[in-house]
Design a protein around this ligand. Structure first.
Ligand code: NAD
Length: 492
């Protein structure tokens, strides 16, 4: 039996994970989950209804009330989170194959960008458990005043399909470090990895009810979490449209607090004195990693006019040679897009680019040769002569489509960089350190990478400006999301 066959045989079909157990749903509805690269049926996942969500929230609440997790000694919690990381690491290869089967990403991307960093995030937050504490504050009068940081309670973690393991863990790990309990809702297209993560939590010794997973569609399961009166906080990663629905649901229910990690139309800015070889590699993977289905994709390449033609020529040449194909083949550099709908969306953006007068330097079509016809493979695409106001320069495509834009000086580059509704990440390439720092100050984005791209570390905060969202995942900043601060006064 191949690894893929073995992984498929172990997918937890038609199950939810509630109260420490794999359980059948109350909902009679289920969703077919297919491998987007082949069309093959992987299994089915319940479309959890409000009764299922109630059950998961009740299990999480019971674990909060019983203090089964939050009441444990900090050193014990730390050990369990370390073990959680160890169990995930032990299952690294299997998880990478499962992530690839669900999503269409290459196994190598699943390992490098999805599962391995999730292991690190668990270890990083294990290290925080014994360091989350308040302050003593000098106040007027005969008082001792100090603060306690307490778990916010039941967290709804609503996650997308592009990095299904990593983003679930980005929320579970800090929530658990802070003593919270979690109800995770993965995307209906990638439900199985989150169910596995919950099993691993139990294997590591996390008490029942602390990590629960309900699968289902956004308008059913997601809405039920968003509107639940006993969910204290939502940590969301996904689209702006869903973010609006969640803010509305919060406003119309219990005013649960919300943090939002949304999309990006990220500028990668190249000055003529940059290290061209490094910039080329970074620009290439910046857009084509995970088939461009990345919120931090460097989808707008801003190139100084003195470098533009030479650089774009090199990039188009490299993109034209990219190996697109079977995600399970370790030699493949790019896999299949997630779905037919996503593929249609990407192709319609390519048409819009052509219509608006951008020039196609390479790619632009779906690949349908042989076995590729069964999946959703798109050629790595580079547009040149893109104007900042074009649709392909303004809207998040979430596919392997790069828009290159020419600029003449730093002021113009900043203006273009800041000229969208988004502000997630950005990059600047130059050897002029003063210019780089000035740009870093001027660009409105949650991350600025100087002479690098896609710098991620569990210790460094990640999140957006403007409509890319608010609140931060990762780093010490994420702990803010999962704790309440209590001010205690003692009359002396
Ligand atoms: P999406 O908003 O459609 O779905 C995200 C999650 O929300 C899914 O689990 C979905 O089922 C759920 N959902 C949908 N409607 C809902 C509703 N009304 N109430 C509650 N939940 C609902 O996004 P997607 O298509 O899965 O993911 C792509 C988007 O995610 C892109 O815009 C991308 O930029 C963004 N993203 C952002 C980051 C980041 O960290 N900033 C990371 C990855 C993806």
């Amino acid at each position: 039996m191949s690894v893929a066959e073995a992984v498929k045989s172990r997918t937890p079909t038609d199950r939810l994970f509630i109260g420490g157990k794999s359980v059948s749903p109350a909902s009679g509805q289920s969703i077919e989950v297919r491998n987007p690269a082949t069309g093959e049926l992987l299994g089915t996942a319940p479309d959890a209804n409000p009764a299922d969500v109630d059950r998961a929230v009740a299990a999480a609440r019971a674990s909060i009330e019983s203090k089964a997790w939050r009441g444990k000694d900090p050193s014990e919690k730390e050990k369990i989170l370390w073990r959680f990381a160890d169990v995930l690491e032990k299952n690294l290869d299997e998880m990478a194959v499962l992530a690839s089967l669900e999503n269409g990403k290459t196994v190598r991307e699943a390992l490098r960008g999805d599962v391995r960093p999730a292991v690190d995030a668990l270890r990083y937050y294990a290290g925080w458990v014994r360091r989350i504490y308040g302050e003593t504050i000098p106040v007027d009068g005969p008082y001792l005043n100090f603060t306690l940081r307490e778990p916010v309670g039941v967290v709804g973690a609503i996650v997308p399909w592009n990095y299904a393991t990593l983003i679930a863990v980005w929320k579970i790990a800090p929530a658990l470090a802070c003593g919270c309990s979690v109800v995770v809702k993965p995307s209906e297209m990638t439900p199985f990895t989150a169910l596995k993560v919950a099993e691993f939590a139990m294997e590591a010794g996390v008490p029942e009810g602390v990590v629960n997973v309900v699968t289902g569609y956004g308008h059913t399961t997601g809405e039920a979490i968003g509107r639940h009166m006993d969910v204290d906080k939502i940590s969301f990663t996904g689209s702006i449209r869903t973010a609006r629905a969640l803010l509305k649901a919060s406003a119309e229910s219990n005013l649960k607090r919300i943090s939002l990690e949304l999309g990006g139309k990220n500028p990668n800015i190249l000055f003529p004195d940059c290290d061209r070889k490094a910039a080329l590699e970074a620009a290439f993977w910046g857009i084509y990693a995970n088939k461009g289905e990345v919120c931090s994709a460097g989808s707008r390449l801003l190139v100084h006019q003195d470098l533009h033609d030479e650089f774009v020529g090199m990039l188009a040449d490299r993109a034209g040679r990219m190996k697109v194909g079977d995600p399970l083949d370790p030699a493949s550099e790019m896999g299949s897009q997630i779905s037919a709908a996503q593929t249609e969306k990407i192709l319609s953006y390519i048409e819009s680019g052509k219509r608006e007068g951008a020039r196609l330097a390479c790619g632009g079509s779906r690949l349908t040769d042989g076995a590729l016809a069964k999946g959703f493979f798109i050629q790595p695409t580079v547009f040149t002569e893109v104007k900042p106001e074009m649709k392909i320069a303004q809207e998040e495509i979430f596919g392997p489509v790069l828009s290159t834009i020419r600029f003449k000086d730093a002021e113009e580059a900043v203006r273009i960089a800041n000229g969208t509704i988004y502000g997630l990440v950005s990059a600047v390439w130059t050897k002029d350190i003063q210019l780089a720092f000035r740009m870093a100050q001027e660009i409105k984005a949650g991350s600025v990478w100087i002479n690098t791209y896609n710098g991620f570390d569990s210790a460094s905060p990640f999140g957006g400006y403007k409509q890319s969202g608010f609140g931060r995942d990762l780093g010490a900043y994420a702990l803010e999301q999962y704790t309440n601060v209590k001010s205690v006064w003692v009359a002396l």
